[in-house]
Design a protein around this ligand. Structure first.
Ligand code: ADP
Ligand code: MG
Length: 301
C-alpha cells in the first residue's frame, strides 16, 4: 500500500510508530503536514497540493488531526476522500466525535451509558439546569476541549452557577455534567480497532487532580475490563463511525458511562502500559479493509 499519514510532526511518538509499523510491513508511507495541504475543489478532478507538488497515487490515509486544527484538517481529509483514498477514520466521523455535545446526543440516541449531561443557552435557565444534572459537585466542559483543558470541577452550586454564567456571558457554549465521584479520579481508555477493544488501560489522576489525562499528570496501568465495558466501547466507536479510536469510560454507580471518544488516540501510553504493538494492529486493519475508492461517505456530510 501507499499510505499518507496526516500529522503536524513526524517525530511525535504515535506518528513515528505508525511510520515504523507500515515500513516494517513493506508499505510506502509519507507524512504530510495537514496545514501545508492546499486543495483544488473542482467537480471533475479534485486534487491536493503540497509545497508545489500534486499529491497522487496513494491508497490510504491515516489522519492524526490535532484538536486545534479540526476544521482545516477535516476539510483536507474530505478532499482526500473525494480522491478515493481509504481513510482510517472518515472526516465526518472525526467531526462527530470532536464536538462533545453532538457526540453525547448520538450516544444517547443509541442508549449508551453517559454521565447525566445538560446544555443551555440563557443564564436564567442555569439553576434548573444544575438541578437537572443532580446538583453540585458537577463538571463543566467546553464543547471542543482536549487533554483535560477546558474541563472544570465545580464543587458547590454557587461556584457552578458563576462559572457557567461567565462562560455564557462570553458566548462560549459549555456542557454541564454529573460528576462521577465514585470513579475516584480514574477512567478507562479502551483502544478500539474495527469491532474489537484491542487494549485497555486505567488512567489515574495525579494527587489533588480529578482529571486523569496523561497530559495533566495522570498515570497509566493495565486493567481487565468487563464484558459490559467492552461492548459499551465497541458500540460507542460504531456510533461515531470511527474504525480506530480511544473510548474513555468511567465506572459509575449506574454502570459504565462514556465520557468521550477520541479519533486520534495517542499510542505512547497504551503501548507502554500494555506492551502491545498497537501501531502494527492499525496497519493490519488497513491491509484487511482497504478497498480503493470505497469510503463510506466519499466526503459527504
Ligand atoms: P478532554 O477531551 O479534555 O480529555 P474529558 O471529557 O475526557 O475531556 O475530561 C477530562 C478528564 O476529566 C477525564 O479523563 C476524567 O478524568 C475527568 N472527567 C471528565 N468528566 C467527568 C465526569 N463527568 N465525572 C468525573 N470525572 C470526569
Ligand atoms: Mg479525555
Amino acid at each position: 500500500m501507499k499510505i499518507i499519514v496526516l500529522s503536524r510532526n513526524p517525530k511525535l511518538y504515535s506518528t513515528r510508530r505508525i511510520i515504523e509499523a507500515a515500513t516494517e510491513r513493506g508499505h510506502e508511507i509519507r507524512t504530510l503536514d495537514v496545514l501545508r495541504c492546499y486543495m483544488n475543489i473542482t467537480s471533475h478532478r479534485p486534487s491536493i497540493h503540497y509545497k508545489g507538488e500534486e499529491i497522487t497515487g496513494y491508497d490510504a490515509i491515516i489522519p492524526r488531526i490535532g484538536a486545534s486544527v479540526t476544521f482545516y484538517g477535516t476539510a483536507v481529509l474530505r478532499q482526500f476522500e473525494m480522491m478515493r483514498l481509504y481513510p482510517l477514520n472518515e472526516s465526518v466521523a472525526i467531526s462527530r466525535s470532536r464536538d462533545k455535545l453532538r457526540a453525547c446526543q448520538l450516544l444517547s440516541r443509541r442508549g449508551i451509558g453517559l454521565p447525566i449531561t445538560g446544555f443551555a443557552n440563557k443564564p436564567d435557565d442555569i439553576p434548573d439546569l444544575i438541578k437537572m444534572v443532580g446538583g453540585a459537585p458537577l463538571v463543566i466542559k467546553l464543547l471542543e476541549g482536549t487533554q483535560g483543558i477546558g474541563v472544570v470541577l465545580a464543587e458547590t452550586r454557587k461556584a457552578a452557577e458563576s462559572v457557567i454564567e461567565s462562560f455564557l456571558g462570553l458566548h462560549i457554549s459549555v456542557l454541564v455534567q454529573e460528576y462521577i465521584g465514585e470513579a475516584g479520579g480514574s477512567d478507562i481508555r479502551c483502544f478500539v480497532i474495527g469491532d474489537k477493544v484491542v487494549a485497555a488501560m486505567k488512567r489515574t489522576a495525579a494527587e489533588g487532580e480529578f482529571r486523569s489525562n496523561i497530559h495533566r499528570g495522570g498515570s497509566a496501568s493495565i486493567i481487565k475490563i468487563t464484558p459490559e465495558e467492552r461492548s459499551t466501547a465497541v458500540r460507542a466507536a460504531k456510533t461515531m463511525g470511527l474504525n480506530v479510536c480511544g473510548v474513555d469510560i468511567l465506572r459509575s454507580n449506574h454502570g459504565p458511562v462514556v465520557m468521550e471518544v477520541n479519533s486520534s488516540p495517542g499510542l505512547e501510553g497504551i503501548e507502554a502500559a500494555t506492551g502491545k504493538d498497537i501501531a502494527g494492529m492499525i496497519i493490519s486493519f488497513l491491509e484487511k479493509n482497504l478497498k480503493a475508492g470505497k469510503t463510506n461517505t466519499r466526503g459527504t456530510g
